[in-house]
Design a binder for this molecule. Structure first.
Ligand code: HEM
Length: 456
């Protein structure tokens, strides 16, 4: 499809593409907000790697884009444009019936009984990790969360728990996210050309290290009898056996790697923000600990929802239009890349006062459960396949953290957001000082209210 070089009369950020890219890298949250203030709830940015993009921050227009007919607004094609680092055969890059079939096949790995098993596993992984934390000196907790979440995702996706293999795979996947991988995302500072292809080849070489670790795991499972397990790999091989047709090695690698990446970076980033907030909001932390001690999940649920509202780790839910569409009062041509920005949608949710204040109590009670303007997991038929697993992991890990330790910030300076791959993470890696808890914390909770404590 021919792709438009401009997007009708939509207000556009008028700076060279490279400058826009650098500004977004430097301060993703602040920059998106500045552009939205200046240009309104629908505006165009232009990046070297993908050309013009229509950014939507108004809740009802965002909903319209997310809920539109998937044939008119394709998520798979759009993901191929913004994240070519994910191989073409993975569910995130499919559209139409291929997408529906794959989503149906993978569903059991992330729902039902699998979820409860993964909740227990996430808690065990977190307990083991927390025991290693040294008291009284600054620790960057984001990398610790990445370890914990990766171990849980390795079981969900591959059905493995051998720690040596899990760690090797984690290192190889982290290697895929080096600077050369940037060439294979929408944030690449260089457009198509020799430099980008060179970087892209380098990034593929790194991916082959991941493939080499996956190969024996896949082979062993292919010869396992009975197959058992509801991890992604077992489901894919079960499908091969039922259909009598083998999934090619590359396609298998594409799916497994994409799901590891999609599940682990995002959830670890969300936990990174959750711990950063716990350290800076002692009132919310006390209520959370009290609620965990008393086995009442309301505050935990509210805290998780507020973290995902306040700093949604994924910057974009993307669609490519296959037909012209009326969006935010503009006629938007076919071929346009549309980005729903959860951060801006949350900022513009008229039912939320002081959107930039971190206040978990806004989610207490039936009045505000997030509702249709709460979109950290996107929406419509492409709604995040791992949303429940992400929430379950966050709840399990946070329960272990607040039961075992209290956190205080390593520095009085608030951590800004930076981009790691394409997710938003705290700029200093959630740096905090921990103290081990000696007694149930709710005894000290009198008078605390979520949101009290240091300002955001
Ligand atoms: C806090 C953690 C997470 C966040 C914030 C998040 C966010 C998102 C977002 C915004 C989308 C795009 C949805 C759309 O286009 O409408 C998405 C898609 C997806 N996510 Fe997540 N995600 C998280 C965790 C996970 C986990 C644990 C998995 C498990 C593997 C996962 C797997 C996927 C998949 C497979 C898709 C593509 C769905 C499709 O195209 O049908 N995500 N996620």
């Amino acid at each position: 499809m021919g792709r438009p070089q401009s997007i009708g009369r939509v207000p556009a950020v008028r700076l060279p593409a490279l400058i826009q890219d650098v500004l977004l890298w430097y301060d993703p949250v602040g920059q998106l907000r500045r552009w939205a203030r200046r240009h309104g709830d629908a505006f165009t940015v232009r990046l070297p790697a993908v050309g013009p993009i229509l950014v939507l921050g108004d809740p009802s227009t965002a909903r319209q884009a997310l809920l539109s007919d998937p044939r008119a607004a394709e998520a798979g094609t759009a993901t191929g444009r913004v994240l070519p680092v994910l191989g073409p055969a993975c569910v995130l890059r499919q559209d139409g019936s291929a997408h529906q079939d794959r989503r149906r096949l993978l569903g059991p790995a992330f729902h039902g009984e699998s979820l409860e098993r993964l909740r227990t596993l996430a808690a065990e992984n977190a307990r083991r990790e927390i025991r290693t934390w040294a008291e009284g000196r600054p620790i960057a907790l984001l990398p610790r969360m990445q370890e914990v979440v990766f171990a849980t995702m390795a079981t969900a996706v591959l059905g493995i728990d051998d720690s040596e293999t899990v760690q090797r795979l984690h290192r190889a996947i982290t290697g895929m996210n080096g600077p050369s991988a940037l060439a294979r995302t929408w944030m690449s500072p260089v457009g198509d050309g020799a430099v980008r292809s060179w970087l892209s080849r380098r990034s593929r070489r790194r991916q082959s290290r991941v493939d080499a670790i996956l190969a024996p795991i896949i082979d062993a499972r292919r010869s396992a009898e009975p197959l058992g397990g509801s991890d992604v790999l077992s489901l894919l091989i079960g499908h091969e056996r039922d259909s009598g047709s083998r999934i090619g090695q590359e396609a298998m690698n594409d799916e497994l790697t994409a799901l590891l990446l999609a599940g682990y970076e995002t959830t670890a980033a969300a936990l990174g923000w959750a711990l950063e907030r716990l350290a800076r909001h002692p009132g919310a932390a006390r209520l959370l600990a009290g609620s965990v001690d008393g086995q009442d999940s309301r505050h935990l649920d509210a805290f998780v929802r507020e973290v995902l509202r306040w700093r949604p780790p994924v910057l974009d839910a993307v669609r490519e239009l296959t037909t012209p569409m009326e969006l935010a009062g503009f006629r938007v041509p076919a071929g346009t890349l549309v980005v729903v920005a959860p951060l801006l949608v949350h900022d513009n949710d008229g039912r939320v006062d002081a959107p930039d204040a971190f206040r978990p109590d806004r989610f207490l009670g039936a009045r505000h459960r997030g509702g249709r303007n709460w979109v950290p997991f996107g929406g419509g038929r492409r709604h995040c396949l791992g949303a429940e697993l992400a929430a379950v992991q966050m709840e399990a890990v946070l329960t272990e953290v607040v039961s075992a330790v209290t956190l205080s910030p390593a520095s009085p300076c608030v951590e800004t957001a930076r981009l790691l791959g394409t997710v938003l993470v705290p700029s200093r890696g959630s740096a905090a000082v921990i103290r081990r808890r000696r007694a149930p914390m709710h005894t000290a909770a009198r008078g605390g209210r979520p949101g009290q404590g240091s300002p955001p």
